[in-house]
Every structure is written in structure tokens, then in C-alpha cells.
Design a protein. Structure first.
Length: 564
């Protein structure tokens, strides 16, 4: 019996019934009796049943193959779906976000669940620059990189080009997400898609920040331990300043601004970064308020939040180092191997006996300290600033004769020296390559010459000369800056020497941009004011391309009044 489909065709076109073989045989016998019928036609009729059998067999085999193919396709589809499920499971189990995007920065439909969790977006059909929250300029730059990659018109490798693409983002939950890219090439070896891989590195970032914070504490502690008493002096100075502002409601806010700037420099010297940051913010707000012509009371009111932040940070520092030293840091200023009260009493006794020369010698030998040693503490600050500016500066070179002083008597001046050293590194010392072009050594040099002398009346004085081998100060440039700031004054009538002395004026700066280290016009006036308080003076001389020298003269004081 032929296949039902074949039977239907025989029935439709030949009109035969189920006994079609009998009909064919009958037709063959009938036609065989015809004498003029060609024998080949008889052969066709006689072999027709066999032909149908062959067709039926082929058809059955064909159907079997189709059924097998359908079963194989079904199995393959299931295996493919299973493989996809496995791939997705692997992708999701890695905890990384994956998505594929094309040359137009459009994401495809293949992505991991982790991608949605980390990037907080379903990427299908979306622009990857939108997913990464890039602004218009960043998105344009990113697509220019893609154009280079997909056209192949570049000499750099994929990694070198894609390095310029966004590498890190922070999502709305504060998680730090690292972004990597991998090329996906077609059979011709050309890149036709890019795989983006997002990894949560929040734990690594937290660990790194924690390690850096510990390192900062160690650096701060190392500097404090080097001179515990200087740290005690600084903490006293900072606390007294806060108390003064809160209780006295000062009228001279320009003076307050100078004091804040000096405290910020001291915080930097002891690596008290958080306090330095709060003081920097306080200084910035104060500068804005001073420009608004507000009353002292209005300024005080607006600054209370900033003062509160500084006070809180100072309290944290005192508690932290109290715990570290197991003593009150406010008492560090009074440290001495000999009881200070005994020193005072014996010195007073010598004075009462009219033994002033012996008294002075006693103070020098027992209580006075090296001025050069006190200034040498700034080597660390100078090195830190130089590293931040990618400059090189050698340690301070001391010349002349050392002078032994009561540090507290010169506390303000020594603290203000931080502004001189900041300006030398920021303004004066050139970058290494620039120095080499000028036939100078790559590292800048700072020298300090100290000594003592007596004036015509026999009064003792201290001489300090601070010199660098940097750019020097251009008097013409300073004159132009002065004209710009105060055009009502005829600055052309002043000599170059007189013009250079104007760098000590309040608000003057040769920099046009404010940075963490300089540019506010507060610094050199602080130095001058502290020296004037001592009854001294300061002048500056400079030669363009050669360097600058600050000459300082202050009275030599051995009285203990400032210490009590």
C-alpha cells in the first residue's frame, strides 16, 4: 500500500481506486494486444508498480530523515537554551556586570543581572554613554574613540585607545564601580562589538582609603614626635584663636584672615590634613564675606558654622593625640628636662643680684634653642609642596652662625616663615626641565644665613637671610599687577626696589589663580606683621633669573616674660 499522500495523488490525477495495481495490469494487457504499440511503452506500464514502490520507499525515507532532523533540531535548541542558561548563570555568579555594545554605542540584549544591579539600568537598546552617566562632552569624546576603534584607522592598540574611556564610576548607592572593556571580533578578525565589564571595587577602595588614612596618621605622628613642644605650641595657638573669635567677636577681620592662613600652614606642617581642609574652607568663606562689605557682627554670624567645624576637628585632634601620648598635648609646650618654675625663679634671682650677663648666659645654656634647628623643621613642608608641584628642592642649607633663642618669643615669626617657603616652591623654583634649560641644576636650592650683631646703641639683634636660586621677582610685572589692582596710584614714580617691597602688602599676589598653597594675597603680609610685632623689619631683593633674598632683622630677646 503506497503512502497515503501518494495514493491521494494517484486518485486525483489517474482516477484509480485502491486496487490501482489491478487497473494498471489490466491496462497493460489491453494495450499489449495492440500490434502498433511500441514495446517501450509496454515496458513503462509493466514497471509502473515498481516505480511507485521506489517513490514510496524514497518518500518514507525522506519523512524519516525530516523527523530525525526535527528531533535533532529540538534537542539542539534545548541544548542551546540550556547552554545560554548556563552562561547566564556563570555571568551572574561572577558578580560582575556584562553588556555588549556596537559601533554606535548601542547596547544589545545580552547582559548580566549584575550589570543591572551595579549600573542601575536595563541596557537593552540604550546608549552606553547614557548608562555611564556621561555628560555631552564626555559622550562625544567616547564616541570618537569608538569611531577610531571600529574603522581601524589608528596606529595604537585597542588597549591604548580604550584606556582613554571612562574607567570608574560611583553609583547612587556610593559603590565604586571599575569599568573594563574587551574587543569582540568577527570571523574576519575585525572588531565589530565591545564587551563592557563592570566590577564592584568598593571594598578595595575602602581598604586603600583606610591604609592611606593610617599612613597619614603615621606621618603626622612622626612630625609631632620630632618636636612635641612645637606641636603643643601650635595646638595652644589654634585653641586660643578659636576661643578669641567666639568670645571677643573681633572687629579686625583682615587680621583674623591672616591668622587663619597661618594656622592652615601650621596644620600642613604637622600633616593635620582634616584641620587644614576646614581652615582652608573657613579662609575661603571669610574672603568672600570681606568682599561683601558686611559688618563685623554679620561676618561673625555667617562664619559660626565654619568655626564650629574647625573647633570640632581641633577637639578630635587633641583627644586623639592625648590618647597616643597618654598626656595632655596642651602641656607639651611646657616640656623641659628641668622644672620650668625652677628656671624662672633662678633667672629672676640672678637678675635681682644685678648679674644680668650671668642670667643671660644661664638662659642660653639651659633654656634657649637653636634657631636653625627650629627653621630646619620646614624641610618636610618644602619637600611635600615640591612633590605636589612635581618640582625638586634640596634640603635647606644653613650658613653663618647659629643663634640660640627662646622659641616662644619668636613663635609668630617662625610660624609665618611657612608662607615664605610656600611661595619659594610655588612661585620661585622652576620645574626641573626649565632649570636645565637655564643651565641650573634640576633641584632648587634654599639657603638660610643666621647671625647676631649689635647696633650703635649696643642692643643685640638677630639677622636672618632666606635666599633661593629660582626665577626671581620681576619688578615690572609687580608694577603692572599693582596698577591693575589700584590704578589711582602712580606706581611709575617708585623705584624697582620700592616696588618689590609691595609684595608684603595685604591682598597682593603675583598669581592669577587661587590654589591650596597660594594666590589669596595672604601670606607675605603675615610675615611682615609678625616681624613688625617684634620691632624688626624685612626687605626683599631679587634678580630675574637668578633668585630672591629676604633680609630679616629682629631684636634678640632672652626675657622670659613671653613664656609665663
Amino acid at each position: 500500500m503506497p503512502n497515503k499522500k501518494i495514493y491521494r495523488q494517484l486518485s486525483r490525477y489517474l482516477g484509480v481506486g485502491e486496487d490501482w495495481r489491478q487497473d494498471i495490469n489490466y491496462l497493460g494487457d489491453y494495450l499489449g494486444k495492440c500490434e502498433d504499440l511500441d514495446s517501450k511503452y509496454k515496458s513503462i506500464l509493466q514497471n509502473f508498480p515498481d516505480f511507485i514502490d521506489v517513490v514510496e520507499s524514497s518518500y518514507v525515507n525522506y519523512e524519516d530523515k525530516i523527523n530525525i532532523a526535527e528531533r535533532n533540531l529540538s534537542v539542539s535548541s534545548e541544548e542551546l537554551l540550556s547552554a545560554n542558561r548556563s552562561i547566564n548563570s556563570i555571568m551572574n555568579s561572577l558578580g560582575q556586570g556584562f553588556v555588549i555594545f556596537d559601533r554606535n554605542a548601542i547596547c544589545g540584549n545580552i547582559y548580566s543581572a549584575a550589570f543591572v544591579a551595579l549600573l542601575e539600568e536595563i541596557p537593552s537598546g540604550r546608549d552606553i554613554t547614557s548608562i555611564l552617566k556621561l555628560n555631552a562632552e564626555q559622550a562625544d569624546n567616547f564616541k570618537q574613540l569608538l569611531a577610531m576603534i571600529f574603522t581601524g584607522n589608528y596606529a595604537l592598540s585597542f588597549d591604548e585607545i580604550i584606556y582613554l574611556a571612562p574607567r570608574k564610576i560611583i553609583n547612587s548607592k556610593g559603590s565604586h564601580i571599575k569599568i573594563d572593556y574587551r574587543p569582540d571580533s568577527n570571523k574576519d578578525g575585525k572588531i565589530d562589538k565591545i564587551i563592557l565589564i563592570a566590577t564592584d571595587i568598593s571594598e578595595q577602595v575602602a581598604a586603600k582609603n583606610q591604609a592611606e588614612e593610617k599612613q597619614k596618621i603615621f606621618e603626622s605622628l612622626e612630625r609631632i614626635l620630632r618636636d612635641r613642644r612645637a606641636f603643643g605650641v601650635y595646638i595652644h595657638q589654634a585653641r586660643d584663636f578659636i576661643d578669641f573669635v567666639e568670645k571677643e567677636h573681633p572687629e579686625d577681620w583682615t587680621g583674623v584672615q591672616r591668622e587663619v592662613h597661618t594656622l592652615k600652614s601650621g596644620a600642613g606642617m604637622f600633616k593635620l590634613n582634616s584641620l587644614a581642609s576646614e581652615l582652608h574652607e573657613l579662609e575661603s568663606v571669610l574672603k568672600l564675606l570681606l568682599g561683601e562689605s558686611l559688618s563685623a557682627a554679620e561676618i561673625n554670624k555667617k562664619l559660626m558654622d565654619n568655626y564650629s567645624a574647625v573647633k570640632t576637628e581641633l577637639r578630635i585632634i587633641i583627644k586623639k593625640f592625648n590618647d597616643l601620648f597618654a598626656i595632655d598635648v596642651l602641656e607639651l609646650e611646657k616640656e623641659s628636662s628641668i622644672g620650668r618654675n625652677n628656671i624662672y625663679q633662678f633667672a629672676d634671682y640672678l637678675a635681682e643680684q644685678n648679674l644680668d650677663s650671668l642670667r643671660d648666659e644661664y638662659i642660653k645654656r639651659v633654656f634657649a634653642e637653636s634657631m636653625q634647628a627650629n627653621i630646619a623643621l620646614y624641610d618636610k613642608l618644602i619637600n611635600d609642596i615640591a612633590m605636589r608641584f612635581n618640582k625638586e628642592v634640596n634640603p635647606i642649607k644653613f650658613l653663618g652662625h647659629d643663634v640660640f633663642i627662646i622659641p616662644e618669643n619668636y613663635r609668630g615669626m617662625l610660624g609665618a616663615f611657612a608662607h615664605i617657603f610656600r611661595n619659594i616652591v610655588d612661585h620661585a623654583i622652576e620645574y626641573p626641565d626649565d632649570r636645565k634649560d637655564k643651565n641650573k641644576p634640576s633641584a632648587g636650592n634654599i639657603s638660610i644665613e643666621t647671625g647676631g650683631y649689635k647696633d650703635d646703641r649696643g642692643n643685640e639683634h638677630i639677622s636672618i637671610k632666606i635666599k633661593d636660586d629660582g626665577n626671581g621677582i620681576d619688578a615690572n610685572f609687580v608694577r603692572e599687577r599693582l596698577k591693575s589692582n589700584n590704578p589711582s596710584v602712580d606706581w611709575t614714580k617708585m623705584s624697582d626696589f620700592e616696588i618689590l617691597q609691595q609684595i608684603f602688602s595685604s591682598g597682593f599676589s603675583t598669581k592669577t589663580q587661587v590654589t591650596e598653597d597660594s594666590g589669596r594675597g595672604v601670606g607675605m603680609d603675615v610675615v611682615r606683621n609678625e616681624i613688625l610685632k617684634l620691632g624688626g623689619d624685612i626687605i626683599v631683593n631679587s634678580q630675574v633669573g637668578v633668585g630672591t633674598e629676604f633680609s630679616i632683622h629682629v631684636p634678640y630677646m632672652l626675657k622670659l616674660n613671653a613664656l609665663k
